[in-house]
Design a protein around this ligand. Structure first.
Ligand code: FAD
Length: 246
């Protein structure tokens, strides 16, 4: 339950507030405003100007409080990322939910987190000092601090494929593949578990189907068996690659 609300006007003010106990950054508030037993103070980020979206050379710099819908509507947003964003949440939630809040709250079923991990996105986290870490590192350690920016590359090929029970459900299995001009190919699987899974990051695409199968050999839950997910993951990974040659 939110018991205290702050709306700082500067980053320094925000960081000082966030150093207090039981105090969390408030993005779109779609998750944080859910009723809970524990009192929490929130630091609303909306006055900090962190909602910009800027294509700069080969990268897209996405401010932490940019909403999922603004990103989806951007001319710079890669087409396959738009598919993932539509699956992440329905439009009313996308209009409020921020990219940083979504990354923080995501689990393995998140199409957005799966995509940014495949793109090897960089996340800027500010606490006592500012550091830039990969989305993968962020998912593993979820370091304390304020996310101010997520940067995705614009000079890679990117594909996203999925299978879900209905067209608007979060996927049972999804595959996101980024490929750099050098041939570097990175496959991340989503649809299961606590975080999306990096299945392959190779100098070329060879072996992508077996990498997909191997990564999901224990991906069993109430939604699908591991055997099913292994087969689907391999097919989706292959489809991602094939889409680069169309
Ligand atoms: C009714 C309802 C139920 C939902 N239930 C779930 C659920 O159970 N699990 C789930 O994963 N999603 C759930 N969602 C989806 C949730 O809306 C998304 O995760 C959403 O994208 C969160 O984004 P937000 O900007 O609204 O985050 P917020 O609700 O504002 O914050 C979510 C988390 O991210 C942190 N945060 C926000 N911005 C930053 C930042 N810049 N730096 C560091 N930390 C930050 C917050 O402190 C908080 O811990 C639910 C949505 C709704 C409407």
């Amino acid at each position: 339950m939110i018991t205290t609300y702050h709306r700082p006007q500067t980053m320094n003010e925000a960081l000082a507030l966030l150093n207090k106990p039981n105090t969390l950054p408030l993005g779109g508030g779609t998750l944080l405003s859910k009723p809970t037993a524990d009192p929490v103070a929130v630091v609303d980020l909306q006055a900090l100007g962190l909602d910009s979206l800027r294509a700069n050379g080969n990268e897209l710099q996405i401010g932490a409080t940019c909403t999922l819908q603004s990103l989806l509507e951007s001319e710079h947003c890669p087409a396959a990322l738009k598919i993932a964003l539509k699956l992440e949440a329905p439009i009313n939630i996308r209009n409020s939910a921020t990219v940083a809040g979504t990354l923080v709250a995501s689990d393995g079923r998140s199409p957005f987190a799966t995509s940014v991990l495949a793109m090897d996105a960089k996340v800027t986290v500010v606490s006592d000092q500012s550091s830039v870490i990969s989305a993968g590192e962020y998912q593993l350690s979820k370091p304390k601090g304020l996310i101010t920016q997520i940067v995705i590359p614009l000079n890679t090929k990117f594909a996203f494929e999925y299978v879900s029970k209905t067209p608007s459900d979060k996927p049972l299995v999804c595959a996101a593949v980024s490929q750099w001009n050098s041939g570097r190919t990175r496959l991340v699987l989503g649809g299961y578990g606590k975080t999306p899974l990096l299945a392959m990051d190779g100098t070329e695409a060879d072996g992508i189907e077996s990498a997909a199968k191997n990564a999901y050999h224990e991906a069993q839950d109430e939604w699908a068996s591991a055997e099913y997910r292994m087969d689907v993951a391999a097919t989706l990974a292959k489809r991602c690659l094939e889409s680069f040659n169309v």
